[in-house]
Design a protein around this ligand. Structure first.
Ligand code: NI
Length: 136
């Protein structure tokens, strides 16, 4: 019997979407306002979902307090109120799209959580735009 459990956390961060191989005009055309040279912010919502079998002794798939602490220690404390392009090591050569941010977060958390549990990241960049990794 498998059960999915999820924890939602939040961070604010700035970014700029930009492909250095392209002209400013092409970047503006492809990425629109998200390519603003002076950066801009988003209120990101991150949902970390674990799927596994509840422990027979606790009834938990995973302790939500521990999950919250893991997300805060390894993800939101590194990204919150940061410029993702300039202030984090993860996006030096990687465009900080919602897709890439979700993959980065998945990679950060994957080796912190027992491999018997499936891990999925859902990242909302706006209320209407969100991505999931891995894709179902
Ligand atoms: Ni943006």
């Amino acid at each position: 019997m498998k059960v999915k459990v999820s924890r939602k956390e939040h961070f604010n961060a700035a970014h700029r979407l930009y492909n250095p191989a392209w002209s400013d005009e092409k970047n503006a055309h492809i990425f629109g306002k998200c390519s603003n040279p002076n950066y801009h912010g988003h209120n990101y919502e991150i949902i970390v979902t674990l799927t596994g079998t509840p422990d027979p002794e606790t009834g938990y798939v995973f302790d939500m307090k521990v999950l919250s602490d893991l997300i805060r220690e390894h993800v939101t404390s590194k990204f919150d109120h940061k410029n993702l392009n300039l202030d984090t090591e993860y996006f030096k050569g990687l465009n900080p799209t919602a897709e890439n941010i979700a993959v980065v977060i998945w990679k950060i958390l994957r080796d912190k959580i027992d491999s018997s549990l499936d891990l999925k990241i859902t990242l909302y960049e706006t209320e209407r735009n969100y991505v999931e990794y891995p894709a179902p």
